[in-house]
Design a protein around this ligand. Structure first.
Ligand SMILES: Cc1cc2nc3c(=O)[nH]c(=O)nc-3n(C[C@H](O)[C@H](O)[C@H](O)COP(=O)(O)OP(=O)(O)OC[C@H]3O[C@@H](n4cnc5c(N)ncnc54)[C@H](O)[C@@H]3O)c2cc1C
Length: 466
């Protein structure tokens, strides 16, 4: 076995891993970033499909009020970003453009109007009363979580979002609307998510409405981070899995990796894992962890499964006017978010061609999904909502990410109860990425935030060798 020596080894090149690697390399630490796959970026990368379509491997949007812009600024990354200004909802076949705050209220008003236009006076009246009350009570509950951090109201004990809504209405459209918000913001279905968790996440993400895209593919951002690691004397190795974290007397002292078919031990002052905590525990050995950590890991990690679809088309299948927007389908079987990404970034497909990114949310965010059945349900939605799909569309990829996939839509529900700390019971072994983000700071932004946290701890506790 050959040996190598670094100050810091990062296992994984996702948003958390590469941000941590780049921040530490710039701070003077000799850094090695390992990636087991054939390319960097994890769920914020680009896969080329059919030779010419640059499809995201996970995230599409960056939140510009989150931690990613802070890192872009701090590291002086040269990245092009494009704003996604609009937001469109399709309700009962009609599309409504919605921007800024107060979308819930506007959507409830639209539903009520639809009922009355159909001459359904009873339904319209039934909608009117709870719409007002739902919004007032919803605002109060969100403000309560903002003003009383850590407290939980007795009236919400063991109450799911669906149960909370049933206190006001059994109108299926209103329930569908809240379900869409639950999966979009909290990564859990309304009948499985505690209401207090939704109120918390709505309070935390209230200002995060500005989203941006990367015109030439997400991998270009990750390549900029890689460049920083290398500029400051570090290395990034793809096709190189970390097989074991070496732990001596409760302290991480390096990793064993497989490179070019050979095992190699790399010693380091600190090890950072960008994989899910279960994977890190397997690498470092369960015997090195406390019972408390293992219990928290088993109860808090709630992966959110999803299926995502890459569709190419020779004409727009939705948002035909070229609106730079995401389309939300309210009341569909499974498909909730449809992003015609070429409306914002035509560079992602050959000239004149469309690339459409669709996420299907399985019925349960707790049970493993029956992939065949869930794909079937999604396909029914696609055919119903986009009648031109069969003539003008081509399915480039169907990518189911079940509960045990290492790159699910999220590792934990995006709420306050489902995260672990960045520190582990093993000294000098840290976690970054989605499983250890600040509660309520969702997706890539939270991953970048966890990297800043870990880079800060390492700079306070370990000296770089240079
Ligand atoms: C369909 C979908 C849509 C999403 N939409 C959005 C969105 O619009 N906006 C947003 O902000 N977020 C979104 N997200 C979430 C976002 O993609 C993730 O939060 C973020 O990219 C995860 O980054 P991470 O740091 O956890 O690393 P990951 O992306 O999980 O990457 C971890 C990397 O580590 C590697 N690795 C693991 N173990 C090892 C090992 N032993 N050795 C070497 N390498 C290893 C893996 O191969 C992987 O490349 C979405 C996710 C999905 C799947």
């Amino acid at each position: 076995m050959t040996n190598g020596k670094y100050d810091v080894v990062v296992m994984g090149s996702g948003m958390g891993g590469l941000c941590a690697g780049a921040l530490l390399a710039k701070a003077g630490y000799k850094t090695l970033v390992l990636e087991k796959r054939g390319q960097i970026g994890g769920r914020f990368s680009t896969e080329v499909l059919d030779g010419a379509y640059r499809f995201p491997t996970g995230a599409v949007y960056l939140h510009m009020s989150g931690y990613v812009p802070e890192i872009i600024k701090e590291l002086g990354l040269k990245v092009e970003l494009r704003e996604v200004p609009e937001y469109v909802c399709r309700i009962e076949g009609k599309e409504y453009e919605l921007t800024g705050r107060g979308r819930f209220r506007k959507l409830l008003d639209i539903m009520e109007k639809n009922h009355s236009e159909r001459g359904d006076r009873a339904a319209s009246f039934a909608m009117k009363v709870p719409a007002e009350k739902i919004m007032n009570d919803f605002r109060d509950e969100v403000m309560y979580t903002v003003n009383h951090p850590g407290k939980k109201k007795a009236s919400l004990y063991n109450t799911t979002v669906r149960d909370w809504m049933l206190r006001y209405t059994d109108n299926p459209f209103v329930h569908d609307l809240f379900d869409t918000y639950c999966t979009g913001f909290a990564m859990a279905r309304a009948h499985e998510l505690q209401a207090s968790e939704l109120f918390f996440v709505m309070g935390r993400t209230a200002g995060m409405t500005d989203v941006w895209m990367v015109p030439h593919g997400n991998i270009t951002v990750m390549q900029e981070l890689e460049k920083v690691v290398k500029t400051y004397g570090g290395d990034v190795w793809i096709n190189t899995p970390a097989k074991k974290v070496v732990v001596k007397n409760g302290v991480a002292t390096g990793v064993i990796i497989e490179k070019d078919g050979k095992e190699m031990e790399i010693s380091s002052k600190a090890v950072i894992s960008n994989g899910p905590p279960r994977h890190t525990v397997n690498l470092a050995g369960e015997e090195n962890y406390t019972g408390e950590y293992l219990r928290a890991m088993r109860t808090k990690m709630r992966p959110h499964p999803c299926i995502f679809f890459a569709i190419a088309a020779d004409k727009p299948l939705c948002l035909e006017k070229g609106q730079k927007a995401g389309l939300n389908l309210i009341g569909s079987r499974r498909i909730q978010a449809v992003l015609p990404v070429t409306n914002v970034c035509p560079e992602l497909a050959p000239p004149g061609q469309q690339l459409i990114y669709i996420i299907g949310e399985p019925r349960s965010t707790i049970e493993p999904m029956d992939e065949e059945y869930e794909i079937e349900q999604c396909m029914l939605d696609i055919k119903e909502h986009f009648p031109d799909f069969e003539k003008h569309g081509k399915m480039l990829k169907i990518d189911p990410r079940n509960l045990d996939h290492d790159l699910p839509e999220s590792h934990g529900w995006e709420t306050k109860s489902y995260f672990l700390p960045v520190t582990t019971p093993v000294r000098n072994l840290y976690s970054v990425g989605e499983a250890v983000t600040e509660p309520g700071i969702i997706g890539t932004s939270g991953c970048a935030g966890s990297a800043m946290k870990v880079a800060g701890i390492i700079q306070r506790t370990l000296k770089p060798s240079r």
